[in-house]
Structure formats: structure tokens, C-alpha cells
Design a protein around this ligand. Structure first.
Ligand code: OXD
Ligand code: MN
Length: 587
């Protein structure tokens, strides 16, 4: 197989000449191709079959122990001017970056097969979708891309029709952290990634294309590429609202996207459209519509059990790839928080020994096609996407942020998004549990200067008169003893129900300096076992704490210097002044 598109053919030929693979394989995306690659990987030992009876079609991949997460400190955005990448990105001049990467790629595929993967991010026939081609020497990447994206012949046909595509070049190289870089050239719509086989670094359609490159493109074209799940909530009356939520990595996006309403919320249904990325476009009527560019999930495994996320638990019982989980004596996958069985071998393939730490890596992952999900809806493949009623920001905060509040306006909502903060998790290399600002949950993923990104968000009212309402949630508030105050998981639908009713103009709320909060009575707590005092605590905002938060947000925003949109500072001042007034009244 090859292509009729000269630009693609020329690029593939150049890469072949430069990396010198033993063979070139154009991926068709067929099931047979997937199976052949699985067999190849089983034969060379980079994939292991899991228990066929309990987990048919499931495989385990154990990665290099030094290659288990995204590497933000080795990820670069290479714009001509450093300021265009902004303080939120590491920057390298494009010419220097190409030179550095080309040296690494030189001859790196000798003795390996070079796979050419045409893929389409988004429904194959949607005007909102964008295509790319990833060249890689990793069969693991190919089989993951098969589950995660619409890849192969159909994508190639679209690329040949359109003539444009994002170029992603990847090699696992030597897996040497000293020779590992993930670099993006947004102006050229290209990505070069070397030295890592880990998902976010190697499956280039995901973070590299669908967020970093796409966010840059989206600004030019007037849409948004966001780190958001998309969930549809159907009320007992059959009305469906779609909500897009941005939470930082490993803060429960997958769980919320797949939530199962509790028994006591009779008649409610939830549909998963996406668990990680949303592309938000405007239709001809100015309505915001979302498509999920992906067609599968690359989710964090630990903590997944029938109580936390039954749909996920069920969907990974078959036809799933596990990366860096442990295994039981009878070769079933095992992880901390599975709630069943015990580990015999850990994620490095060693006999399990508690002294070596967790049996499954805290950032161990599953890869599955979206259609495995019992809450899959074929609207996930609808070219026109789904209309978005509400946008939700949130983070993992032990204190400060209440369970939920609604922004007073779009502009205020942009400030709320820009001020999002979370305690760090195992999804990225570095210390766990440190509070960091993660605006719109895009800190690791925005492909250009955050100041310009916020200006783009702030410009949207000029494109649409029907922008969604913006909310902020915090499922993770704790009491002084470190207990979570809110039960979370399926019960989160109660908070989403309040949002939906706000969108429909039905739910009560009271105005506070930080936004609109529900009274305890505005939340549907029928059948929920929660003490009145706990609910009050969840909905309490400590004025002084939020004043300090606003000061810290301002300090953060000011690191963006002159490019920071004045509107954002004006919004911060409105909130800070209102809090000062409340403090003065109280004293
Ligand atoms: C992810 C992440 O893998 O955000 O989705 O780290
Ligand atoms: Mn993510």
C-alpha cells in the first residue's frame, strides 16, 4: 500500500531514508492487522496474553520502568518566537529543535519496521475532525492507535481528499531518558517524539495532536481543543443535556464520563461521549457543539472497581490492552483498588513483594475501544457532535473550593477556568500532592501562550450568543481528619442535575462574591446518606481563604506579563473587591 498524495509520499520516503527501517508497513486499520501485530508482540515478548477465560482478548504490556508517564520537562513547543509558546511551555527554536531531533532519528529504525498510521481525530465524516499521520517503529503504538482512533484506510482516503494532515514522527529509540524529547511545531503542524513508548508521549494523536497542535489550530480557526470529558445526562423525562468538564489528569474524568446514577436517582441515564478530550466548535446558529476526537480510552487503572466505575470495570474484561498492571496467580490483571484477588507478579514482572511498593504502577493504564463501554452512544460518532449546555472546571482540592458554584458570566467563567488548581497526581513525572495552577486543566497541553489562549476564550462571546454556562466543582474536599466530605462517583450526578436545572432556569441558588452556590436544599439529596452539617460544610466558602486564593490567582496571572488580557485582571478585581467588602462587613 502507498498513497496518491505526493506530500505524504514524499514525507514518508524522506523519513524512511533518514531512519533506515528494515521495512515500511502502511496501516490499514483492519482487525487482521491488529491481530497480526498482537501475535508478533506475543512472539517477541512485548505483550503477554492475560487469562483467556476471565479476560478474553486482553493483553498486558510492561513498559520500561523508567518510561511510565508523560514527561513535561522534556516536552517542547517550538514556535518562531519564544513568547508565542508562553511561560506555560518549554520552548526551543524550531531550527534547533529539528537539528536535535533529526540527529536522534538518524538511522534509529535500523532492524525495525516503520509503521505509517493515517488517522482521523473525530468522526470520520465530520467537518470538525482533523487528520494526521503518525510514523512509528512501535507495534505497541499501532495497536493502541487502533483502539483509540479512527485509523487506517478510511482516514487515508480523507487525508488524500483534503491534502492536509498533521505529521507525527515517533521512535522509541533507546528508551534513554537522556535521549527523550517530545517536540511540537505548531506552525508546521508537526510533532517529533523520541525515546519514550508511554501513551501520552507516543500515541501522537492524543495529547500531542488533539490538544497541543489542535489548540493552536483552534485559535486560528475559531474553535477550542480542550482537555475535557463529554457526558450526556438523560433525565427521567427523556431530556438530554451534554456537559463538558475539564479536570486535570487523574482527577476522575473517566469516572465522571462513565458515571452510573445511583438507585435513588430513578430514571436518570448517563451516556459517555468522551473521557479526555473535547473539540468544541460553533454550528451555524452559534451553538457550541462537541466532538470527541478519540474513539477509545486510555484510562488510569488503579481504583477501578464495580463500586467506583462499574462500566469501566466491565469494559476492560475483554479486548483491552493493560499497561503496567500486576497479575494474579491465574494470570488475571490486578491493581490496587480492584477489590478482588491478590497480586502474584508486580508491574515489573517480579514476584510480588510489598517492600517493592504498589503491585500495579499508580499510572498503569487500560486501552479500550469506546464501543466496549456499556454507556457508549453512537452519537460519539455523529458528524455534527452534541450541543453543550454547560462547561465545568474542577480540581483536586482538600480545602478552599466548595462542592460547586456557577460563574456569574462567561468572562467570570474564564477567570474560574484560568484559576483552576489541583494537587498533582501520578499521571505526570514529579512530586505527588503539590498544589499547582492548571488553567482549564490545560497546563501540560496548551500549544501556545496561555495569555493568548485566555484572550481566545474571552473572544467567544463575539462568535456566539448562546454560550454554555460555566461551573466549578470540587469532589475532593476533606475534613480536618482527611476524610472526603462528598461521596463522589455516581452521586456526582446530583451536582450535575443542579447545573442542568440552572441551565433550564429552574434551580435555586444564592449569589456570593465567588459566584452562585446552591443552598443545601437546592441539591437533590433524596436517598443520599449525608449529614446536614457535612453538606453545609461542602457549600461553605471561607471568605478569607478565597481572598487568599484570589491573591494567589492574580500572582499567577501576572506571570504572563503584558500579554495577559486586561479583562481577566478586571474579573479578578471584581471578585477580590467583593470579598474585601464581605470581610469588612464581617469585622
Ligand atoms: C492522560 C493525562 O493520560 O491527562 O489523559 O495524563
Ligand atoms: Mn488527560
Amino acid at each position: 500500500m502507498t498513497t496518491t498524495l505526493d506530500a505524504l509520499k514524499t514525507w514518508v520516503d524522506q523519513v524512511e531514508a533518514h531512519t533506515q527501517p528494515e521495512a515500511v508497513h502502511w496501516c490499514t486499520g483492519s482487525d487482521e492487522e491488529y491481530q497480526d501485530l498482537v501475535e508478533l508482540m506475543l512472539a517477541i515478548g512485548t505483550l503477554r496474553k492475560l487469562n483467556k477465560k476471565t479476560h478474553p482478548g486482553c493483553y498486558l504490556h510492561l513498559s520500561d520502568p523508567g518510561d511510565v508517564a508523560r514527561v513535561e520537562h522534556l516536552t517542547f513547543v517550538c514556535t518562531e518566537h519564544e513568547d508565542d509558546a508562553g511561560p506555560n511551555n518549554l520552548w526551543m527554536a524550531p531550527a534547533k529543535a529539528h537539528e536535535k531531533m533529526d540527529a536522534l532519528f538518524s538511522g534509529c529504525m535500523q532492524g525495525r519496521v516503520m509503521y505509517v498510521i493515517p488517522y482521523c481525530m473525530g468522526p470520520i465524516d465530520s467537518p470538525y475532525s482533523r487528520c494526521g499521520v503518525e510514523i512509528t517503529d512501535s507495534p505497541y503504538v499501532v495497536i493502541n492507535m487502533k483502539l483509540m482512533t479512527r485509523m487506517g484506510s478510511k482516514a487515508l482516503a480523507r487525508i488524500e481528499r483534503e491534502g492536509t494532515f498533521v505529521r507525527g514522527l515517533h521512535s522509541t529509540g533507546e528508551l534513554d531518558p537522556e535521549r527523550r524529547f517530545i517536540v511540537h511545531f505548531p506552525d508546521e503542524l508537526s510533532i517529533k517524539s523520541y525515546g519514550s513508548g508511554y501513551g501520552g508521549n507516543a500515541l501522537l494523536g492524543k495529547k500531542c495532536h488533539a490538544l497541543r497542535i489542535a489548540s493552536y489550530q483552534a485559535r486560528q480557526e475559531g474553535w477550542l481543543a480542550e482537555h475535557m470529558l463529554i457526558v450526556g445526562l438523560e433525565s427521567p423525562e427523556g431530556v438530554v443535556h451534554y456537559i463538558a468538564c475539564a479536570f486535570p489528569s487523574a482527577c476522575g474524568k473517566t469516572n465522571l464520563a462513565m458515571l452510573i446514577p445511583p438507585e435513588s436517582m430513578k430514571g436518570w441515564k448517563a451516556w459517555t461521549l468522551g473521557d479526555d478530550i473535547a473539540w468544541l466548535h460553533f454550528d451555524d446558529d452559534g451553538k457550541m457543539r462537541a466532538v470527541n476526537p478519540e474513539s477509545g480510552y486510555f484510562g488510569v487503572v488503579p481504583g477501578t472497581n464495580p463500586k467506583t466505575n462499574k462500566n469501566a470495570y466491565d469494559m476492560i474484561m475483554h479486548d483491552a490492552i493493560f499497561t503496567n498492571v500486576a497479575t494474579t496467580a491465574d494470570n488475571q490483571p490486578w491493581w490496587e483498588g480492584k477489590g478482588d484477588g491478590s497480586p502474584a507478579r508486580d508491574w515489573q514482572g517480579r514476584d510480588y513483594d510489598e517492600a517493592n511498593g504498589p503491585a500495579a504502577h499508580p499510572n498503569s493504564r487500560f486501552t479500550v475501544a469506546a464501543t466496549n463501554n456499556p454507556a457508549y452512544t453512537n452519537l460519539a460518532d455523529a458528524p455534527e457532535g452534541v450541543p453543550i449546555s454547560a462547561i465545568v472546571f474542577g480540581g483536586r482540592r482538600k480545602r478552599v473550593a466548595p462542592l460547586v458554584f456557577e460563574a456569574k458570566s462567561w468572562e467570570h467563567g474564564v477567570l474560574v477556568g484560568a484559576g483552576t488548581a489541583s494537587e498533582t497526581t501520578a499521571a505526570m513525572v514529579g512530586d505527588v500532592g503539590v498544589v499547582r495552577r492548571d488553567p482549564m486543566a490545560m497546563k501540560p497541553f496548551c500549544g501556545y501562550n496561555f495569555a493568548d489562549y485566555w484572550a481566545h476564550w474571552l473572544s467567544l462571546p463575539s462568535r456566539s450568543e448562546h454560550l454554555p454556562r460555566i461551573f466549578h466543582v470540587n469532589w475532593f474536599r476533606q475534613d480536618d481528619e482527611g476524610n472526603f466530605l462528598w461521596p463522589g462517583f455516581g452521586e456526582n450526578i446530583r451536582v450535575l442535575e443542579w447545573m442542568i436545572e440552572r441551565c433550564e432556569g429552574r434551580a435555586g441558588a444564592h449569589e456570593t462574591p465567588i459566584g452562585f452556590l446552591p443552598h443545601a436544599a437546592d441539591l437533590n439529596t433524596n436517598g443520599l446518606d449525608i449529614a446536614a452539617g457535612t453538606l453545609d460544610e461542602l457549600l461553605t466558602v471561607d471568605t478569607q481563604e478565597w481572598r487568599d486564593e484570589m491573591k494567589s490567582v492574580l500572582e499567577y496571572l501576572e506571570t504572563y506579563g503584558d500579554r495577559l488580557p486586561g479583562e481577566l485582571k478586571a474579573q479578578q478585581k471584581i471578585i477580590a473587591d467583593a470579598l474585601d467588602e464581605a470581610l469588612a462587613r464581617a469585622s
